[in-house]
Design a protein around this ligand. Structure first.
Ligand SMILES: Nc1ncnc2c1ncn2[C@@H]1O[C@H](COP(=O)(O)OP(=O)(O)OP(=O)(O)O)[C@@H](O)[C@H]1O
Ligand SMILES: [Mg+2]
Length: 247
């Protein structure tokens, strides 16, 4: 479904992704693990098109030079030069790291806003589905999003991406800063999302909490692929185990 080949991203002279190759097949949940500044967000932003956007803006204002090389294919089509909103229309939807919500708007309004590219009837159906998936949000429907806890905001953020009807959902550190109980809710939701036919690429610093739901995973350091394999293969690798499973 998604094929990344020899992808290299430079910010000015700093190498953020170094010839990265990976793929995500339809129906899978694939994990991308790496410590701080490994390049996880850079990969997600490049797949979603935000890096292209940033590159164009920086060029316009004569700022930082951003260089992107390599191949990026979605369902066989080269998407590297396609703008972010068109990637969303193709079904590539990103839930950013610490995804912002509209703080002054209610939970339901936030969900409606993110459905602006979709037909209204479909948006209402998906919103109903979001509340089914995150029952915790039901009683918070009319609350201002800015008043929700971090975990509730993360649920809302994932809900917002679902309203955009992803085929490939990109989750950038969805568990960041959440309590173990909230992490459990998000991980269960990921499985639910997969069951509904949506493919997921998810990043995390630590593999352990999402290990039960991933089909395969990749570990990167300084933008370079270190190892890849099924969840079990990663778990059986002693170095990966100590660094990313905390065992
Ligand atoms: N716009 C930018 N300009 C310059 N350097 C950047 C920019 N964005 C990211 N970088 C650098 O690229 C490298 C990779 O950053 P990235 O955000 O992709 O890492 P990450 O794996 O998501 O880290 P974290 O776990 O902290 O979110 C880092 O060294 C970072 O400082
Ligand atoms: Mg990041």
């Amino acid at each position: 479904m998604l094929q990344v080949k020899n992808l290299t991203v430079f910010y000015e002279n700093a190498l953020a992704l170094n010839g990265l190759t990976l793929d995500v097949r339809p129906g899978e949940i694939v994990g991308l693990f790496g410590s701080n500044s490994a390049g996880k967000t850079t990969l997600m932003n490049t797949v979603a098109g935000l890096t292209l956007d940033l590159k164009i803006k920086e060029e316009r204002r004569g700022g930082e030079r951003i260089t992107v090389h390599g191949d990026l294919k979605f369902e066989g089509e080269d998407i590297l030069q396609i703008k972010p909103s068109d990637r969303v229309k193709k079904g590539i939807v990103l839930c950013r790291e610490r995804h912002p919500v509209f703080r002054e708007s209610s939970v339901v309004e936030n969900l409606k806003i993110s459905g602006y590219l979709r037909p209204t009837a479909e948006v209402y159906l998906t919103i109903a589905l979001v509340f089914e998936m995150f029952p915790h949000l039901v009683r918070l429907k009319s609350r201002k999003a800015g008043l929700l806890s971090g975990g509730e905001q993360q649920m809302l953020a994932i809900g917002m991406t679902l309203v955009a009807r992803p085929r490939l959902l990109l989750l950038d550190e969805p568990l960041l800063g959440l309590s173990p109980a909230m992490q459990g809710d998000i991980v269960r939701a990921m499985r639910d999302i997969q069951k509904r036919g949506i493919t997921i690429l998810v990043t995390e610093q630590y593999a352990r909490p999402i290990f039960p739901v991933i089909d395969r995973g990749y570990v990167i350091e300084n933008g370079t692929l270190i190892v890849s394999g099924t969840g079990k293969e990663l778990m059986d690798n002693p170095e990966v185990k100590s660094a990313y499973f905390g065992i």
